[in-house]
Design a protein around this ligand. Structure first.
Ligand SMILES: *Cc1c(COP(=O)(O)O)cnc(C)c1O
Length: 440
């Protein structure tokens, strides 16, 4: 009898995976709290919330109950010409907690489509206003906004997108204003804002996830938003990763003194239960689409727009996220990260430690110019698995982004693994120019 992993290997094609060389996938049959349970009974601590989506633990009974009730009431209805209670209620509740200028919510299917919708809203906003020459975007050099074409175009021109570079529309890149580089980046921004073709600025607020959990401060991002908005450039906060409490407050944008014109959400939106995307915008953006002329409407939509079951999952998750207990859980995780950071920062083998809210990133120093494709990455990945911990190092950067229900004892296990990784680094013998295989 072949195992589930072997049957998978015969028929499936996995994301971000070199299928020829990747080890067999681990078959998970059950989830419970922060743990994933494999076919053979082995339990794995999900330290990265299953690719940043899970907020309150796996198979959460409250979310499951709401989803199951919704499935038996209304599973789906088209969303043009029709509406339904969970879509309305979710939009009402979200607009209540988002920055107060956010006025309208547009549903889609995932983070990439939430970004596509935002980009199209910005471009058509200027088209509808009779300024179609405003059609380019300012983006951060190491940014990641998704895998569809528009989202790739506003993301870093990195190894992931190289086969598609010639087909990606042109954008203007600026550096990330990490501490110490703020003035330089402001100068880059000011220069680009002279360009009358710039329509929008899209950014991952405060933490660039895929770039390696690169962090920068609210003060400088607020200043950048003020300057963009003074120049008539629309600002898009991609909160797909940072949304729903990851950085401490409910949204990273809550820490800014400026309000983005548009916002994108997905990963934590349903608590990690079902795929859904959401783009919100301020009133002036929405109003530019209002007209007696049908052609000014936003002609974008997906078959499963505002799926009632996904909306029900989101409502159930939001209820948990807004509860005092969740705020307390996030505070506890942030405090544990801060203590671990104080312990490990400055030790041999550690290049940098970054921390904001429930996200901790340790950049190890293997003493060479290591990249994402570093051999070290695989050693780290395996070491974590040996400890029954799921981590996906970004090269020499290892980050924790745990579900909020993760206990102190579970956090202690994660820090033990991070300490052992430092031992691995100190023993690491670099082999430069080794061709390497892309996993993630
Ligand atoms: C993951 C991510 C996306 C893409 O979301 P998908 O649901 O994977 O399409 C977009 N932006 C950011 C910041 C992300 O982290």
């Amino acid at each position: 009898m072949p195992t589930l992993s072997e049957r998978d290997h015969a028929v499936l094609w996995h994301p971000y995976t070199q299928m020829q060389t990747a080890p067999l996938p681990i078959a998970i049959t059950r989830g419970e709290g922060s743990w994933l349970v494999a076919e053979d009974g082995t339990r794995y601590l999900d330290a990265i919330s299953s690719w940043w989506v899970n907020l309150h633990g796996h198979a959460h009974p409250h979310i499951a109950a709401r989803v199951s009730e919704q499935l038996r009431t209304l599973e789906h209805v088209l969303f043009a010409g029709f509406t339904h209670p969970t879509a309305v209620e979710l939009a009402e509740q979200l607009l209540e907690i988002l920055p107060e200028n956010q006025a309208r919510a547009f549903y889609s299917d995932n983070g990439s489509t939430a970004v596509e919708v935002a980009l199209k809203m910005v471009l058509q906003y200027f088209h509808n206003l009779g300024q179609p020459t405003r059609r380019t975007f300012i983006c951060f050099k190491n940014s990641y906004h998704g895998d569809t074409f528009g989202a790739m175009a506003v993301s870093s021109r990195g190894a992931f997108t190289e086969p598609f570079w010639p087909l990606l529309f042109d954008v203007k890149f600026i550096d990330v204003p990490v501490p110490g580089r703020e003035a330089e980046v402001l100068a880059q921004l000011d220069a680009l804002l002279q360009n009358p073709e710039v329509a929008g600025f899209i950014f991952e607020p405060l933490v660039l996830g895929t770039a390696g959990m690169v962090m920068y401060e609210p003060v400088i991002l607020s200043e950048m938003l003020h300057r963009c908005q003074a120049a008539g450039v629309l600002c898009i906060a991609d909160e797909v990763m940072t949304g729903f409490g990851r950085t401490g407050p409910l949204f990273a944008s809550s820490l800014l003194t400026a309000q983005p014109d548009l916002m994108c959400f997905s990963k934590g939106l349903t608590g990690g239960t079902l795929a859904m995307g959401l783009t919100t915008c301020a009133a002036p953006v929405y109003e530019a689409f209002l007209s007696d002329d049908k052609m000014r409407a936003l002609f974008h939509g997906h078959s499963y727009t505002a799926n009632p079951v996904a909306c029900a999952a989101a409502l159930a998750s939001l209820e948990l996220t807004r509860a005092e207990e969740c705020t307390e859980q996030r505070r506890r995780i942030a405090a544990a990260h801060a203590a671990f950071r104080a312990e490990i920062e400055g030790q041999p083998g550690i290049r940098a430690v970054r921390h904001r809210g429930t996200i901790l990133a340790v950049e190890y120093d293997p003493g060479e110019g290591t990249s994402y494709f570093s051999r070290l990455r695989d050693a780290f990945y395996q070491l974590a698995l040996d400890h029954h911990v799921v981590l996906r190092p970004l090269g020499n950067v290892v980050y924790l982004l745990p579900p909020y229900c993760t206990t102190d004892a579970e956090m202690a296990l994660l820090y033990t693994v991070l300490r052992q990784m430092r031992e691995v680094v100190l023993d690491f013998v670099p082999a430069p120019n080794l061709p390497h295989i892309l996993h993630d």
